[in-house]
Design a protein around this ligand. Structure first.
Ligand SMILES: NC(=O)c1ccc[n+]([C@@H]2O[C@H](COP(=O)([O-])OP(=O)(O)OC[C@H]3O[C@@H](n4cnc5c(N)ncnc54)[C@H](O)[C@@H]3O)[C@@H](O)[C@H]2O)c1
Length: 440
């Protein structure tokens, strides 16, 4: 294995996986860090763990940091504000400071168009908002607030150290269904996602292309903040923005006439209203980004009966947002064996009950989130106290024992990390399988 030259954070997540799979085909050798184990993650641990981050940067000839690790919108309900501060602000600061010591060629921070928050939602009856870099963010929740703070940390460290830092405020690329019930019920998922490519979505392969442009140009640019979204087919003029609020169908059919027949054949519709358009033309202009999956192109592909999503989208797939997450605790002494505690059993029974009764999706999801959080807290607590968990299947129990042994014997960090990865994998498989069994 060639020495690692790119550090990818959040390497078990959607974008992190896409980067880890793509970069080797472009001549890079990426190394991944995530609190969640996966095939693409070399170091299971937190970006807020300075010792770990410093050791990765010191022990490898890293030239670029692609920072995608985050807590984000799906975690607003399941994690505390402090958790968000720890990962999104403190974690980003640790990475920036350790990368600056090394003077890497580029530090790319993936932020989000969600930072614009309330600036994105003009009232019905008002023209759609045209969103580009000069719009001032008005964060709506802890996700937006911590991402804006992290962007400011990026600027500060760039200013003080000269490290080239680019912030990419990306629009949505998640493969899951829309989190807004009205939109979900109004249109089929594919219909919605294709429409979104015109104003608020980007294919993950195009985001990887944008990342590579950022890595190549960061040294020349020094500091920059960009909107990354599939370039809209609309013009930024008052008439278009007014019509997007009242009659998007007319605008879509005027700017991309082919969509009329194609939508009709697919039995697809249009949204009643579009409230914002993300404009990524600055990034296209300044960095030479060439996104492929634009609305026009996708309509053409559908017309030819070809897939309209990139192969990479399919390879990355749905990774979920509430897997069992890792831990940050250090070991102490070996304790008595324990069994599944009452709160874990209770949370688990709530999921089973919701499934049996065929209760509404959101309710079930809420129970599943609660269950995973309880398991997480419990495992983290057991690890912190070095407690041997009895009530796990054999493989996971043995893997857990290996983690404890590696810690107690103070084996090299990489070895401990490998044991933790293996344990997380077994634990995830166990929790997923147990939940699946209940579904059958
Ligand atoms: N998914 C979207 O549609 C979307 C939209 C706009 C912006 N973004 C941005 O793109 C980036 C990637 O998003 P994604 O959808 O791939 O997210 P994801 O949730 O799929 O992946 C994030 C990864 O970060 C890891 N992580 C969380 N806390 C960590 C910590 N303390 N240390 C190390 N790893 C940690 C998680 O385990 C996860 O694997 C994020 O910065 C996000 O803000 C995403």
């Amino acid at each position: 294995m060639a020495p690692y030259d790119v550090l990818v954070t959040g390497s078990s997540g959607h974008l992190g996986t896409a980067l880890m799979l793509s970069l080797p085909t472009m001549g890079f050798t990426p190394v991944g860090i995530d609190i969640l184990a996966s095939d693409n993650t070399h170091h299971v641990g937190s970006i807020a763990d300075r010792e770990l981050v410093a050791s990765i940067l010191q022990n490898n000839p890293i030239r670029h940091v692609l920072h995608a690790a985050t807590l984000h919108k799906p975690h607003v309900e399941s994690h505390s504000k402090q958790d968000f501060v720890n990962t999104n602000i403190s974690g980003t600061l640790v990475l920036l400071e350790e990368a600056a010591k090394k003077q890497v060629d580029s530090f790319v921070f993936f932020s989000t168009t969600s930072t614009f928050g309330a600036a994105l939602s003009p009232k019905p009856g008002s023209p759609a908002a045209w969103i580009e870099e000069s719009v001032v963010p008005i964060p709506k929740n802890i996700y937006g607030a911590t991402k804006v703070a992290a962007e400011d940390m990026c600027f500060l460290v760039h200013k003080q150290t000269g490290m080239p830092v680019l912030v990419l405020r990306t629009s949505r690329f998640f493969p899951e269904q829309d989190d807004d019930e009205d939109r979900r019920t109004a249109l089929a998922d594919e219909n919605l996602k294709v429409l979104e490519l015109a104003y608020r979505r980007c294919d993950i392969e195009d985001i990887v292309r944008a990342s590579v442009c950022a890595m190549a140009k960061a040294k020349d640019i020094g500091w920059g903040k960009y909107v990354i979204s599939a370039p809209p087919p609309f013009a930024n003029d008052p008439e278009t923005l007014r019509k997007l609020d009242s009659n998007p169908k007319e605008v879509f059919q005027a700017v991309v006439p082919a969509c009329e027949n194609i939508f009709r054949d697919a039995n697809w519709g249009y949204l009643a209203r579009i409230d914002r358009v993300y404009d990524s033309s600055k990034f296209v202009r300044d960095l030479g980004w060439k996104p492929v999956y634009t609305f026009e192109k996708v309509v053409e592909l559908i017309g030819q009966g070809k897939p309209w999503k990139s192969e990479l989208t399919a390879k990355v797939g749905k990774r979920g947002y509430h897997e069992i997450i890792g831990w940050t605790c250090e070991s102490s002494t070996m304790d008595e064996p324990v069994e599944l505690p009452r709160e874990v059993r209770r949370a688990f029974n709530s999921v089973r009950f919701a499934r049996k009764k065929g209760l509404r999706n959101e309710y079930l999801e809420e129970k599943e989130v609660a269950f995973r959080k309880v398991i997480n807290d419990w495992v983290a607590d057991m690890l912190a106290r070095n407690t041997y968990i009895m009530d796990l299947p054999d493989g996971a129990r043995a893997a857990f024992r290996d983690v404890i042994d590696a810690r107690n014997e103070k084996r090299p960090r990489e070895e401990q990390s490998a044991k933790e990865t293996e344990f997380c994998r077994k634990l995830n498989a166990w929790a997923t399988e147990t939940l699946m069994q209940q579904q059958r």
